[in-house]
Ligand binder design. Structure first.
Ligand code: PRX
Length: 646
């Protein structure tokens, strides 16, 4: 397999070398605690931690604590210390949906706005530990809101603007948020979405009485109803607010944020990240993985509603005093040349995006990309899903013109930051491989019984020891946390991913081994979509599986049994799909919807998803042993329905 060395020019300026990586990695696993103690010195503490690591994965004596007697404030680390050193450095470069709109916000300006919002929230009675739901588009106010919460010790919970009213309501209820911060509308690709209206509808749900105030950012000026006692305009709130907002001293283990993500069962779970460990990890991985220099302009295209947006749009860059780009729009608006144009307009040096976006741009042809010169770029990154070698090569050769290394970064909402990637200038790159663990990260591959496999091997991926950015619990459900991540392979964190280690010891993520789908880099639980399906009045039963999809990586295939008396029709299929999108959000679009007579079940009633997956991929041969099915003839009907579907 062809591998790609770093150019002499890149290597000459890189922050590290293969030898330094090997030594530091070795040191970080042999003396893990000492390594993280040193990394924690990159943070400004109010009270320096004396206890570094207190981790025990034994379920009877379980503990994950990092820097447990340390005290800090995260916003001080992202703002005040940079204001003191370099107040006019751009903190955020905001690029609006329309190419005529952009805004540059210095560290000083960002600090001032964060403090004003922090003071205003305090005046509204928000205290340390209270939850605040943030349902905003990619506008600077999203970062301001996150940092203002961090400043006063409130716990933020971002909800992606593409989620439906129901999804928003269930997240508000689960977190029992006191405040919701939203905008009149969002704008993406010229299309407006009524965020405030979605909030109003969400707050009609029982259980949302916890919400006392809704703060509304004026984004488009669309006229929206404001309810007198509950709703407040963001600009009115901060105009009169004091810039004097003393940072709340937080214990390192105090929660910083909740972020809901899909699991293989049940409802989305609120992943809890804490202050000290998360910040140390965000700060240090950002610096290591992106080979950060003072004058970098870093652009991560992820939405702040996902973990990538938390760690690598907001916290990682700002903790390092780096300039971060926030883009409100989409790669195809006004046309597919937009990404390159933004790179040129703001002299972006590092571009971090998802394989889905790369594949979509690749499909539109090289000419769009070539409309920009991209000479400012020196490093590229990929995140969220496996990158196929074809997309990797295109990203490398066309976008980066063979000059920029690619960091393929593997991690999860649960991990807080990147766990595996080829740190620049430490190893020749193999397209599609996340290559090596980061410092302090101890991956292993195990078989189904949990026996560790050595050498070249394929199996399930576990992480043997903790790292500071690890999630600490599921909000309100610690038992589910322990069961999901620590009971499958006792004594280790189970990632839910499969991986292969090649003869050189490099890791290749093979995808989820549980019932979680990864659609365009977004996580969706099959159980979650199934429950949305069966809530449609015509649906009796449903099963969801992933299917290969050229652009999205993975698409959603639904097998649905209608209630008796319901007539199958294209119209009904359209209606069912709209229903699911309405329940969860447009990201849950059903790419294939098969109305079938029965599902393939074993005699004990378990759905044989293996068969459904094969058929959804249009693999009709070699369906494997179907003799354990309660009714093997069911498969013939499934094959007919799938084949008949256009
Ligand atoms: O299956 C892995 C895949 O995305 C999952 C995590 O999704 P989420 O929590 O939404 O976080 C996405 C952003 C980090 C993982 O379990 N995944 C993520 N990055 C990669 C990846 N699969 C392969 N290669 C990657 N670089």
């Amino acid at each position: 397999m062809k591998s790609y060395p770093h150019s002499a020019e890149f290597a000459a300026k890189a922050n590290t070398t293969p030898q330094k990586y090997a030594e530091t990695y070795q040191e970080s696993v042999e003396n893990n605690e000492a390594f993280w103690a040193k990394r924690a010195e990159w943070i400004d503490w109010i009270k320096k931690p004396t206890k570094i690591k207190n981790v025990n994965y034994d379920l009877n004596n379980f503990s994950i604590k990092w820097f447990e007697d340390g005290e800090l404030n995260l916003s001080v680390n992202c703002l005040d210390r940079h204001v003191a050193e370099n107040p006019y450095k751009p903190a955020i470069i905001w690029e609006g949906d329309h190419p005529s709109l952009h805004k540059i916000i210095s560290y000083k300006e960002l600090h001032s706005e964060v403090c004003r919002l922090g003071s205003a929230l305090r005046r509204k009675g928000v205290k340390k530990g209270d939850r605040v739901t943030i349902y905003l588009p990619m506008i600077p106010e999203a970062a301001v809101a996150m940092l203002a919460c961090a400043r006063i010790g409130a716990v933020h919970s971002l909800v992606f603007g593409g989620f439906s009213t129901d999804s928003l309501a269930s997240r508000i209820i689960d977190s029992q948020s006191k405040i919701v911060i939203t905008a009149d509308e969002s704008v993406r690709g010229g299309k407006h979405t009524p965020l405030k209206q979605n909030v109003d509808r969400a707050l009609d749900h029982d259980g949302t009485e916890c919400v006392e105030k809704v703060i509304v950012v004026y984004r488009t000026g669309e006229s929206i109803p404001m309810s007198g006692r509950r709703d407040i305009w963001y600009h009115n709130l901060i105009d009169n607010a004091s810039e004097d907002c003393p940072p709340e001293p937080m214990n390192a283990e105090d929660p910083l944020f909740l972020l809901y993500t899909s699991g293989s069962t049940g409802k989305p779970k609120g992943v809890v990240h804490t202050t000290g460990g998360y910040l140390t990890y965000a700060l240090s991985t950002f610096r290591d993985v992106f080979d950060i220099k003072d004058n970098d302009v870093f652009w991560c295209t992820a939405d702040v509603g996902w973990v990538t947006g938390h760690t690598y749009v907001v916290y990682g860059p700002l903790a390092n005093g780096t300039t971060t780009v926030m883009f409100e729009g989409v790669p195809q608006y006004p046309d597919w040349a937009r990404i390159g144009h933004i790179v040129d307009k703001h002299d972006v040096t590092i571009l971090y995006t998802a394989p889905t976006a790369i594949r979509a741009m690749m499909k539109e042809g090289d000419d769009y990309v070539r409309k920009s010169n991209r000479s400012s770029l020196r490093l590229l990154g990929s995140v969220g899903e496996p990158i196929n070698p074809e997309a990797w090569n295109w990203y490398y050769n066309v976008v980066g013109e063979g000059r920029c290394p690619i960091v393929d970064t593997w991690w999860q909402t649960e991990t807080g930051g990147i766990l595996m990637t080829p740190i620049p200038n430490t190893v020749d790159l193999k397209p599609g491989s996340a290559m090596n663990p980061l410092y302090g990260v101890m991956p292993a591959i195990v078989d189904a019984e949990g026996a560790e496999l050595t050498g070249a091997a394929e199996g399930n991926l576990i992480i043997k020891d903790s790292w500071p950015g690890q999630m600490r619990t599921i909000w309100g459900d610690h038992k589910r946390f322990l069961e999901t991540y620590f009971s499958t392979y006792p004594g280790a964190y189970f990632t839910g991913d499969g991986a292969l280690r090649d003869e050189d010891g490099h890791y290749w993520i093979t995808g989820r081994v549980d019932d979680v789908l990864n659609v365009s880099g977004h996580r969706l639980g099959t159980a979650e979509i199934e429950s949305a399906l069966v809530s449609h009045p015509s649906v009796a039963e449903a099963a969801i599986v992933g299917m290969p999809h050229e652009l999205k990586g993975q698409g959603v295939a639904a097998y649905v049994i209608l209630k008796s008396g319901e007539e199958p029709s294209e119209m009904l299929k359209g209606e069912i799909n709209r229903h699911v999108r309405g329940e969860i959000g447009p990201i849950a679009n059903l790419d294939s919807l098969y109305l079938v007579e029965a599902l393939p079940k074993t005699r004990s009633g378990k759905i044989m998803r293996r068969i459904l997956r094969k058929l959804a991929a249009h693999e009709f041969e070699g369906l494997g042993d179907t003799s354990t099915l309660a009714e093997p003839e069911v498969v013939d009907n499934l094959i007919n329905v799938v084949k008949a579907d256009k």
